[in-house]
Design a protein around this ligand. Structure first.
Ligand SMILES: [Zn+2]
Length: 420
């Protein structure tokens, strides 16, 4: 069935009201902390959500020691046998920009020109920052005041899931099976999902953490980290001839041999890269860290072979030099797991199309919590929130996206009731 005008309006008002409240709650995570939650403030938003989930009649609501919030929505009558699905969003915002004292501003009826920020006169938001803005002329756009990020990543996702829950409570004619809600900590620093209680999640989940309206993602990078130790020999520079092996000097030469064309600043879309993230040291010893990314495992294998061969060549070129080189597989491309059960993607595509927004399938140039879950057999594509320019003081979302993403969740749950 199609969602009525009344429900559309309800979803818009409900999601926007929640979003404007949630972004004001400070939840920035801290990349220098290795325990979960990395910041206690994430629990504050979790507590608010626990109370609100109770008032929406969800069951088995818990906030655990790591800050995860889980809740269970029983199926509507007659749909007890439908496969359960999970809906996930994350509580934290990126430490890349301040998320404290966020004051959201609604710019009504966007005119296609530049949006100004009250707290930073130098800062502007224009279609050259985000071409999608051209499509949003006439819509209401939410930004921060320019002194903080907005936090649509991922409080838009939370607000959309909560608005869908509110609609399922208010409009019993909306069909759905069992739904598990999970709000997770520390997504932005990559450590939260390791603490998820897998037993609580169904085998089919969706994160609501994507970008532009209509977006659907189910492919991410295959990701490796290379760690290097260059072991040289320090000698007084005045008496170093034929003796010194200058580890840091040799390391800079070594990394100058990485193909420039395969760097983050020269690649886009489906192209992979090497990225030297850290290099430090002295004559005696130097260390470096590099990340390697591609959608295709074979391309990363080629990059790693290149580094191994280069290491061997350098140890021959500089007798006495030792290079330790280790690789860590950080995460895998989720596509190879998800494509085994194409239905999960197909129904999400249909749900997006039913809302009338244009479907946009993208491959993520990074990772997602869904990738880590998919490896564990919990298949998890990523649905749009509408938030764009995440991790930035220019971050924004059209209010319409908050409604449309909530609609997608309603349609998606209904589509799953037709699968047996
Ligand atoms: Zn996010």
């Amino acid at each position: 069935m199609a969602i009525s005008k009344e429900i559309e309006e309800f979803l818009l008002n409900n999601a926007v009201e929640r979003f404007l409240r949630y972004v004001k709650i400070w939840t920035t995570s801290d990349e220098n902390v290795e325990s979960v939650p990395s910041t206690k403030i994430q629990l504050d938003l979790g507590k608010v959500l626990v109370d609100e989930l109770k008032s929406l009649n969800l069951e088995d609501i818990v906030q655990d020691e790591f800050g995860f919030v889980y809740a269970y929505l029983p199926p509507s009558k007659g749909f007890e046998k439908v496969k359960p699905i999970g809906l996930l969003a994350h509580l934290d915002t990126s430490p890349a920009a301040s998320g404290k004292d966020v004051k959201p501003v609604i710019h009504r009826d966007y005119n296609g020109k530049e949006i100004a920020f009250i707290q930073d006169k130098e800062l502007t938001l224009t279609p050259s920052d985000s071409p999608n803005l051209e499509e949003y002329i006439g819509l209401d756009i939410i930004t921060s005041q320019g002194d903080t990020l907005l936090g649509a990543d991922d409080k838009a996702g939370i607000a959309e899931i909560m608005a869908a829950c509110a609609a399922w409570q208010k409009f019993p004619e909306l069909k759905h099976g069992s739904i598990v809600i999970c709000f997770s900590p520390d997504e932005e620093i990559g450590i939260g999902i390791k603490k998820v209680n897998e037993k609580k999640l169904p085998k089919i989940c969706y994160t609501v953490d994507g970008g532009e309206m209509g977006e659907l993602e189910f492919e991410c990078f295959d990701a490796w980290r290379a760690s290097f130790k260059f072991k040289g020999l320090s000698v007084h520079p005045g008496y170093a001839k034929n003796l010194m092996i200058n580890a840091i000097q040799i390391a800079t030469r070594f990394f100058s041999e990485i193909p420039e064309a395969e760097s983050p600043e020269h690649t886009e879309e489906r192209e992979g890269y090497f990225h030297l993230a850290k290099l430090q040291g002295e004559a005696e010893e130097a260390m470096a860290r590099m990340i390697i990314r591609d959608y295709e495992v074979e391309n990363n294998q080629r990059r790693m072979d290149y580094l191994k061969n280069l290491k061997n060549a350098y140890e021959i070129r500089y007798p006495g030099l030792k290079i330790e080189l280790n690789f860590l597989h950080q995460y895998q491309n989720m596509l190879k797991f998800i494509e085994k059960k194409q239905k999960i993607v197909d129904l999400a595509k249909q749900a997006i199309e039913k809302t009338g927004v244009e479907l946009r399938v993208h491959a993520i140039r990074g990772g997602t919590d869904g990738a880590q879950l998919s490896v564990k057999g919990i298949l998890t594509p990523n649905i749009f929130t509408g938030g764009q320019l995440a991790h930035s003081r220019k971050e924004y979302t059209p209010t319409l996206a908050l409604q449309k993403a909530a609609e997608v969740l309603i349609y998606l749950a209904e589509l799953w009731t037709q699968e047996r």
